[in-house]
Design a protein. Structure first.
Length: 193
């Protein structure tokens, strides 16, 4: 059993008869006679629906175990993405809704952790930042202002905003959660001896 004040993102708990994954936790201390409150953002493991309940810090929940396996992304179709355990060659399908926008950055052969609850995949741990190549954008322009942005299409079809100095064919880092430009990937210079 775990109290509401001990909840952390990534935990899986049972609330009444339903099973939820904890996405966010924000504990607020109470003042004087008022007790504190724990604000949470939970995702129902079975339905995927989000719920944002508030709990008293002393409320107790049953903590359930998750199994985490490193799996290789194979391919995706209209409804799901298929991952394979590289040791046993067992394949699992993960609904695209679970992956969100990060699914577009997965390439065949990429290894990512997949969380399973009772043998069923409930989430995929994607990296926060990925590298992507610029497929199309206006030519690079060097201006006095660094705060001017332009649209660019990545090699996977996603359109994001990048600084003016980024040109076609360059590799950049992108925040998967917000789909925002982070930085340019600097090319390694070859040394001649």
């Amino acid at each position: 059993m775990v109290s509401a004040s001990e909840l952390r993102a990534g935990m899986v708990i049972r609330v009444e008869a339903d099973v939820y994954k904890v996405l966010e936790v924000d504990a607020k201390a109470g003042a004087a006679k008022l007790g504190g409150v724990v604000k949470t953002k939970l995702s129902n493991v079975n339905t995927g629906r989000l719920w944002e309940p508030h709990f008293r810090p002393q409320e107790r929940f049953e903590e359930l175990g998750l199994e985490r396996r490193s799996m290789e992304f194979l391919f995706s179709d209209d409804e799901s993405c298929t991952f394979m355990n590289p040791e046993t060659f067992e394949q699992v399908e993960v609904p695209r809704a679970i992956l969100g926008s990060g699914e577009q950055f997965l390439q065949s052969g990429t290894q990512v952790p997949v969380e399973l609850f009772e043998g069923r995949p409930i989430s995929v741990i994607l990296p926060d930042v990925v590298e992507a190549k610029i497929a199309d954008t206006a030519p690079a322009a060097h201006a006095q202002q660094d705060s001017t942005w332009k649209e660019a299409t990545l090699d996977n079809g996603i359109v994001i905003r990048v600084p003016l100095f980024i040109g076609p064919g360059e590799t950049i880092r992108v925040d998967v959660r917000t789909l925002r430009y982070v930085e340019r990937v600097k090319a390694e210079r070859k040394r001649t001896v």
